[in-house]
Ligand binder design. Sequence first.
Ligand code: GLN
Length: 528
Amino acid sequence: MKYVIVTGGVMSGLGKGITAASMGRILKNKGYDVTAIKIDPYINIDAGTMSPFQHGEVFVLKDGGEADLDLGNYERFLDIELTREHNITTGKVYQAVINKERRGDYLGKTVQIIPHVTNEIKERLRNVAKNSGAQICLVEVGGTVGDIESMPFLEAVRQLHNEEDMEDVVFIHVTLVPMDPQGEQKTKPTQHSVKELRQLGLHPDMIVTRCKMPVLPGTKEKISLFCDVPAKAVISAHDAEDIYMVPQRLEIEGAAEYLLSKLNLKSRDDLKEWDRMVEKMRSISGSVDVAVVGKYTDLEDSYLSIRESLKHAGIEVGCKINAYWLDAEDYEKEPESINQLSKYDGILVPGGFGVRGTEGKIFAVKYARENNKPYLGLCLGMQTAVIEFARNVLGYENANSSELASTEHPVIDLLPEQEGVVDMGATMRLGDYFAELTPGSLANRLYGSDAIIERHRHRYEVNPKYIDEMEKAGLKFTGRNKNRMEIAEIPGHKFFFASQFHPEFKSRPNRPSPPFLGFVRAMFEKTD
Ligand code: GLN
């Protein structure tokens, strides 16, 4: 097993995750199976309880793991599916160590960070790498070198390097090369962060420098001299037009060749699939404007997978996506402003929790349904579509979800088997579940299949008591998992598709998610 360990210096937010994922992609292009592990040094067990405001989107894995959004980047760049073990947090590690201590596994010894915590970390890294069946395992150590929280992890990877064959573990350090007001590229921050790394016993094999402009040969020489790496191991990862163009940039800089030589591997292949996707992206001509009516609109990262999925569909259809992140609460404050939705080609209501903004989302669905605007509803976006239909078509004025209000018409509700469960965390339906699709339905046509598997993250369901009535009135449930409704659509509408699952987690740059593809096609048709 080969390990590529990625650390970060200078400051957070440098795009270390994208750099690591891109490194993985160029190694994959050379014919190797690559997997990835993200280390998050926070004490939370996982990202499930973290607010999208603070942390960006919670990415849901196939086994129901709720992870950092970087795992989504790894899945998209490497075209793989990961599980919860691929996200290691301080919380998980300490929980395991403390459980072992309570069981008496440490035979009365004093339990310490070195060796007990570091052993736990190494064991996890090795097991996940081995079980993945890949040849190369990327390990991204979250945080910045020097943070207290990441110390045990850096010490663990130092030990790993010592214990494995020299050529099996390489280190990449991602840093920043800022420019001074005269436009000169400055290397001091990089020098300092490498110094910090070396104090911890880690020596980078490659330094990836983030910069606005290409890092100049002279700058590379200087970094090479002060940081003790060859100049060709200093890679310029200057800003790219799009994140999907980063792998090509690293490739041109010679990163793949250098990494392979360090790992004592030979190039086995030269896959062009990614290049073809980027080519398609460069030749895009038209554009569509989509209104995303949500709650966390200030922070685009809260809907990262949705943004990427729209982009994937746009690449396939040949149009650029202009996404406008609109705050649903504005429609509650000023109901007439809903008519401003007329200027968009389609409306998307994403997932969400809690009551804030839901009435505004319901107005947005109503607008889409009544004005034949393409509509894509995801999770809460399906629930609001059902509520809207019950209120305005069936005439149940106070229809609602029992998550949001107590009502005589809980069209969205807990199923009888879920009631009375007190621990809310345990009742969430997470990860992969199948759905059977109605032959001839929009869902069936989009997926080209009778059964699908998609990822979930919800607690409430369409109330089975109202299904017949809604179907008779025109809202069809064309994807089902026994008594759970997975897809709702309105035949005859230009495009009205809503799912209880989150298709955005399985979309790939060169394999867009079918509902997103259908939605973007329907929006793009207006200009044809
Ligand atoms: N809050 C809703 C539920 O729990 C929807 C969840 C979501 O949109 N992810 O069912």
